[in-house]
Design a protein. Structure first.
Length: 94
């Protein structure tokens, strides 16, 4: 998987620091792994089951509330960035 190769390379490069994931190519699983968490740990934090977390990570179309809950379980905050052709961009925080 491309994301896993990136994470391993980043981890090597950063010499012991947490691996970082490129925000352009990251999917939920890549982000979770970069944060050093198992699906089971995310499930416990969100009061969902591990199979439910697996389903969430496999979907391409998620509700914002689900993404917010997932990001929170990883210790993050959800932001949505809207880019326009003229270079303007807006960040919506949830």
């Amino acid at each position: 998987m491309q994301g896993e190769r990136y994470i391993k390379a980043a981890a090597k490069k950063e010499k012991g620091m947490r691996a970082k994931v490129s925000p352009v190519f990251a999917n939920l699983e890549d982000i979770r792994r970069a944060r050093g968490l198992l699906q089971k740990e995310v499930a416990e934090t969100t009061a969902l089951t591990q199979p439910a977390i697996s389903k969430i990570e496999g979907k391409d179309n998620l509700q914002i509330d689900t993404l917010k809950k997932y990001a929170s379980a990883l210790g993050g905050l959800l932001e949505l960035r809207v880019n326009f052709p003229d270079g303007a961009h807006y960040i919506i925080k949830f």
